[in-house]
Write a protein that binds this ligand. Sequence first.
Ligand SMILES: [Zn+2]
Length: 407
Amino acid sequence: MRPRLFAVLAVGLLLLVQIESGIAQSKPVPRVIVVGVNGMEWDLIRPLIMKGDMPNLAKVIAQGTYGKLQTLSAPNCPKVYSAIATSTPPQENGITGFRVAGKTANTSMLKRDTLASILSNHGVSVGLANVPATFPAMPVNGYVVTGMLTRGKGCEDGILCAPKLSEVQGGEPIYPSSLRSELLANVGDFRIDCLRMPSAQDLRSNADKTVDDWLQQVSLVRTEQTKVFDYLLSHHPTDFTMMVQSCEDRTGHWLYPIQPHNVGYNSNVNSGHVEAFPDQYRAFDKVLGTILKYVDDRTYLFVISDHGIKPLREFEQQHMSMMGHDHGGDTPIIANHDFQDGDDVPGVLIVMGPNIKHSERLLGLNASVYDLVPTVLSLYGIKAPPQMRGRVLKELFDEGLTANVTP
Ligand SMILES: [Zn+2]
């Protein structure tokens, strides 16, 4: 073959591959980081932002667009994160809750394509860390460190407990498997997800010490996970990265700063720990600070929560706080999100990036958990597949700068 003809054919082939993968040659691949905070609640974070206790989040809000994120009815983390990842309802994607037909939800039950698989197929590199319902880890064009519902020693059913990476059982917690030894060597062992809540028995005998010990462990878990995030962002940068924190929600269920007239109030537990839950958001803000080191001018940052969390309401009976609960086991629950009226516990959506409007508030509940994936896909020039329920959130973008956004 003549060299000239070969060159023309090679360039043609390259272009074809790039058109096929949806990435135009002239534009650099956008960088997107999604930070999920389970159950982040506007009612709690607003006063903290006003007081200056969440300076990093305040900075993102000032530079971005923000509002409420409409969630599903009776929301919980595996159900909503799977709806987010696939932009389809739970009945369609297969993950309807913590358990599906009596078994802990896992990735073999997923019946719809996820954002991570679609991006991977288009040549976009992907990193997922601690995202709920990603266990066992599925192959992607990048890495996966699994999150909530990972099973292991002392956490056999994987539900709302924190197995150590070295003690995971019943599936791969890491993709590719070589990353497992790399993380153990460079970051150390760490707990996946957040701790199980103390039992009612533990709280009866020595409430104060039980609460303090638990909160100390939660703080250690967050430190471990922050080191993992920092390592992955610095040593394994990917075009698309999603990282999730879970201890905020876990703390809120039993340490929400409620008043004596609220349902389920227990003066032994609740009177002395009114800052325990707000402290989780203050600590999250520091995690966000670590992540922001990796956010440059061309990075889109999405801070989201899958739902909010509210104190039990007048029509949630007193006994609800005492009975067995998906989240608490037998821990007395004083706040919840598993309400049928999910519009009462919307999540949080805060976005900043190259062509995102500044300090703009989205009104009402016009953004939904289904919209995240179509919006992210549009940034990569990929059209959302027809089964997806969400839409591109065009109102996030500065007018005239949406040229690279695929409807
Ligand atoms: Zn929860």
